[in-house]
Design a protein around this ligand. Structure first.
Ligand SMILES: C[S@@+](CC[C@H](N)C(=O)[O-])C[C@H]1O[C@@H](n2cnc3c(N)ncnc32)[C@H](O)[C@@H]1O
Length: 197
């Protein structure tokens, strides 16, 4: 499992003047708690599994700046924009970490929709169609789903990698961001704004 704390989000906040952190895939709220410790006061986290979302809502009930949304991530992001919950002036750090709901709840055992199981492309499409992302930061987990490499936790087992490349990330963010690969854990893509203006 990828970890937000591998990345210096305190420094990123300061350097890129980040106002809001949005996470897809809440799970047990560990990254929300970490982000609060790192000085993020406004956090939105989206979780598909109702029981996990409820648990996180209770966990962060005392933090008025934390919003836990029970939704599938890509439609959930669209709804956040539609309902005006995202201020277009704010700069956002996106921690895109939702995948494989069937690993977290038996309710999803029969799920076959790749757009829900691996929602990164849908998430990035929802974000970029709703917003000028040129000042946002993106940390995307699980690079090894898209390519083989010297990952600390190894490649996907032979023949099981679900994607052949991550070209969609370059297409959607390549003009505005410097995208780097990080091979720790299962791998990350980190996209930092080219311009800080
Ligand atoms: C790796 S865990 C997230 C860990 C968490 N982000 C952290 O840093 O501690 C993945 C989570 O994504 C959720 N998930 C999977 N697919 C999803 C989807 N399409 N939309 C929203 N949440 C999803 C799972 O239920 C699970 O809780």
């Amino acid at each position: 499992m990828g970890l937000l704390k591998r990345h210096d989000i305190r420094l990123m906040k300061r350097m890129f003047d980040i106002d809001l952190l949005i996470e897809t895939g809440t799970y047990k709220g560990e990254s929300v708690a970490h982000a609060l410790r790192c000085g993020y006061q406004k956090i939105i986290t989206i979780e598909i599994i109702e029981s996990l979302a409820k648990q996180a809502q209770e966990q962060f009930a005392d933090f008025s700046g934390v919003l836990v949304v029970n939704a599938e991530s890509a439609p959930g992001i669209n709804s956040l924009f539609l309902s005006g919950k995202i201020d277009q002036k704010e700069k956002i750090l996106w921690w895109l970490d939702a995948h494989l709901p069937q690993h977290y709840s038996n309710d999803y055992d029969q799920l076959t929709d790749k757009n829900i199981i691996f929602p990164l492309k849908g998430e990035l499409t929802a974000i970029t169609k709703n917003r000028d992302v040129s000042r946002d930061i993106f940390i995307m987990d699980d690079l090894r789903l898209y390519e083989d490499g010297p990952f600390l936790n190894g490649n996907c087992s032979k023949g099981t990698r679900p994607f052949s490349n991550h070209n969609f990330v370059i297409e959607l963010l390549g003009a505005t961001h410097k995208i780097t690969k990080d091979f720790r854990d299962e791998g990350y893509l980190v996209a930092l704004p080219i311009s800080r203006q």
